[in-house]
Design a protein around this ligand. Structure first.
Ligand code: GDP
Ligand code: FE
Ligand code: FE
Ligand code: FE
Length: 198
């Protein structure tokens, strides 16, 4: 239905080809699924620019397969918070990945960039588009982990806030079970949204 994405000055076909050349087949399928889920959630929850939601979904993991060296050089080049150096790809591909997206695709739309920046860790304050991308990433049709059905139920039927709360609680559980460090902004998201699911 949508043939041209003005935010990246590209047709849909050109964008898909660029994405396919920048990531594994598996991740290419994932980002297409997230684009579709983001468009559905935009329709469901009244985000007016459905095409923009889809584009944010398509781009959200653009930098996921970049090297550690690339992320470290982007952190230096753009003088980002040095504290970021203590984290890894999981945090970098969104928080730092937006600089790679700006360089490679010329994307300047601040709402899309912000949604991609926080798609892994969320934030205490999230816009409708931020929530759509955060949740679409978790409930897209290719996901099959335990709890995904409840996540979809919350996302499509209850509310995006409840879906953000559930996803963040599950992520905190999962990271804690693996004795992984939790990025402070992830905990801020948990504290800000957990009320929505109690
Ligand atoms: P993906 O890129 O589609 O795989 O999904 P995400 O970008 O949402 O998450 C990427 C990975 O980061 C997942 O394995 C999450 O569990 C992990 N993750 C999310 N929040 C945090 C955090 O606060 N700390 C750490 N270390 N990892 C996190
Ligand atoms: Fe991601
Ligand atoms: Fe996510
Ligand atoms: Fe993703």
């Amino acid at each position: 239905a949508f043939d041209y994405y003005p935010e990246v000055l590209m047709t849909r076909d050109a964008l898909l080809e660029k994405l396919a050349n920048n990531m594994s087949e598996k991740r290419f399928r994932h980002v297409q699924n997230v684009g579709k889920a983001a468009a559905e959630l935009a329709e469901r929850w009244g985000y007016e620019n459905v095409q923009k939601a889809e584009l944010a979904g398509l781009l959200h993991d653009y930098a996921k397969e970049e090297s550690e060296a690339t992320f470290k050089s982007l952190i230096a080049k753009y003088q980002l918070e040095p504290e970021l150096l203590n984290w890894g790809n999981n945090v970098w591909h969104g928080m730092v990945g937006i600089y790679k997206i700006q360089e490679d695709l010329g994307l300047t739309d601040p709402e899309i960039l912000r949604a991609i920046e926080i798609h892994t860790v969320g934030d205490a304050k999230m816009t409708l588009l931020d929530k759509i991308v955060y949740v679409a990433d978790y409930v897209e049709s290719g996901r099959s982990f335990e709890g995904v059905e409840l996540a979809r139920e919350l996302a499509y039927k209850k509310s995006l806030d409840a879906a953000v709360a559930y996803e963040t609680a599950q992520t905190v559980n999962f990271l804690s079970a693996k004795r992984e460090r939790i990025y402070p902004q992830t905990l801020a998201t948990y504290n800000a949204f957990i009320h929505a699911i109690k």
